[in-house]
Design a protein around this ligand. Structure first.
Ligand code: ACO
Length: 317
């Protein structure tokens, strides 16, 4: 039986930091409102000439170094992103070019904030069916590019960044299971109205925050049960919750459902904001670098996002 296991993790954040205090200067908002409603204090923002593939490439290099394999050993590249450099080619192809490798398949996955879980699920299946051996999976987004900075109700949420893992074939079980879902019926609650047709439609995020909040909390409750039941595990078996970072109140609700103290939740939202597909691998790298997550730990990763899409992964590091 072939299993897949994470053998390297890396991340990258753009240098520029946008704090709540700076947002106070241009928006009718306060640091106190943003902190208490979202948990966010600051977020990293790309420079005008910094592309999603630049962030993805830096995170990929870090993951490859940590895995201690040559880039030429990678036989599949999957990038989860909603903010590609161009409509085409894919960010995955641009990352492949920047890594100086050729021939392996490379494609993007678009599942907004659930993109990394979707990519992990696809990569796991490629490995288990013996179709790939070393997969580079990147979650990368430049959400600031699709943010309307005059809209106080959602511009305060978003940040930019990238996280990457190398998922490799192994005789040890790393990915225990992945569970991915979608329900397209709520499109208008969270979307960017831009079409690919040449027109003047809005190019920034439109969100009904309170509706999305309610659906996210209810759905994440079910995700937790689904992942535990599938693996015959109990809540107390989980060492760390590594969630998509959308809102600290959503993280607290999920931790409560797991009867888990917030001490066991990797939280980066205060420093990163919502980086969409990048947020889980960024949190994973943060948890490892801060010596919280260690080899052998059992992690529950979960996400909910635009689409709506949602999913989870149970991972033994
Ligand atoms: N500063 C001050 N006041 C504000 C701000 C702000 N930045 N933004 C909104 N307000 C006001 C509103 O105008 C409203 O005022 P009113 O009562 O006078 O009308 C009041 O605050 C409450 O507004 P709500 O929208 O109800 O605030 P809420 O507590 O729901 O918080 C938030 C808003 C933070 C957006 C929250 O709803 C949220 O996090 N939603 C979920 C986001 C999410 O999870 N998205 C999914 C993943 S993202 C993806 O997939 C791309």
């Amino acid at each position: 039986m072939i299993f897949s296991k994470i053998i390297g993790v890396g991340s990258f954040l753009p240098k520029k930091v946008l704090t709540n205090r700076e947002l106070e200067k241009t928006l009718d908002t306060t640091d106190e409102w943003i902190t208490s409603r979202t948990g966010i204090k600051e977020r990293h923002i790309v420079e005008p000439n910094e592309l999603t593939s630049d962030l993805a490439f830096e995170a990929a290099k870090n993951a490859i170094n940590q895995a201690n394999i040559g880039a030429n050993k990678i036989d599949l590249i999957i990038v989860a992103t909603t903010t590609p450099d161009k409509i085409f080619p894919s960010v995955a192809c641009n990352v492949q070019k920047k890594l100086g490798i050729k021939n392996c398949p490379a494609f993007d996955i678009q599942a907004v904030c659930s993109g990394f879980i979707y990519a992990l699920s696809v990569a796991d299946n490629f490995i288990k069916t013996n179709s790939a051996t070393n997969v580079l999976i990147v979650g990368a987004d430049s959400m600031s590019r699709i943010t309307d900075y005059s809209d106080r109700s959602n511009s305060i949420l978003w940040g930019d960044g990238a996280g990457a893992v190398i998922l490799s074939a192994s005789n040890k079980q790393g990915i225990l299971s992945t569970h991915i879902h979608a329900d397209g019926q709520h499109e208008e609650l969270l979307h960017v109205p831009t079409t690919n047709i040449k027109d003047n439609t809005q190019q920034t995020i439109e969100m009904n925050g309170s509706q999305v909040f309610k659906i996210a909390v209810n759905t994440l409750d079910q995700i937790v049960d689904e992942a535990l039941i599938a693996n015959n595990l109990k809540k107390e078996d989980i060492d760390w919750l590594v969630p998509h970072q959308a809102n600290i109140r959503i993280l607290e609700a999920t931790a409560k459902k797991l009867e888990m103290s917030m001490e066991k939740v990797i939280v980066t939202i205060d420093r990163h904001g919502n980086t969409s597909a990048a947020s889980i691998p960024l949190a994973l790298d943060d948890g490892i670098k801060s010596h919280k997550i260690k080899e052998g730990h059992l992690l529950l990763m979960e996400a909910f996002g635009g689409g709506f899409t949602w999913g989870s992964a149970l991972v033994r590091l």
